[in-house]
Design a protein. Structure first.
Length: 137
């Protein structure tokens, strides 16, 4: 996967706290580019979070719609991530589950998940607006 670091800092995408740096990147999934935003959440542990979406594209991933997020431990995080296996098909992964241990982990994961939601909502386009723009265009 190709990373292009635009070295941009953004303030104001997340309303969870006020003094932080947000890095903007372009991430490629095949021919589809997703602009992502990344930041750290520091407490007794440190999480790094990245999220982005193309917004609505008129259907499934075959239409180019991509939503991406990543949560990484940068230090001190008691975290376990396990795949959820399908009960219908052997060895097929149909999801994942996360267990965090500790008070700090509770605080940082809440902030991280709020950031992910803020980014995705800010990049999501109203399907009605997309259609009207195409008709006007």
């Amino acid at each position: 996967m190709l990373w292009i670091d635009k070295k941009e800092s953004r303030k104001g995408i997340s309303t969870t706290d006020i003094n932080y740096e947000i890095k903007s990147r372009s991430r490629w999934f095949g021919p589809n580019m997703v602009t992502t935003y990344e930041r750290e959440f520091c407490h007794a542990n440190i999480l790094n979070v990245e999220a982005g979406t193309t917004g609505y594209k008129g259907g499934d991933s075959g239409h180019g719609g991509i939503t991406y997020f990543r949560i990484s431990d940068l230090g001190g995080t008691d975290i376990e991530v396990r795949p959820v296996l399908s009960s219908r098909i052997d060895d097929e992964i149909e999801g994942f589950e996360v267990k965090l241990g500790g008070d700090s982990e509770l605080d940082t994961i809440i902030l991280a998940l709020k950031f992910i939601v803020d980014v995705l909502e800010s990049q999501r386009k109203n399907p009605r607006e997309v259609i009207l723009n195409e008709l006007d265009g």
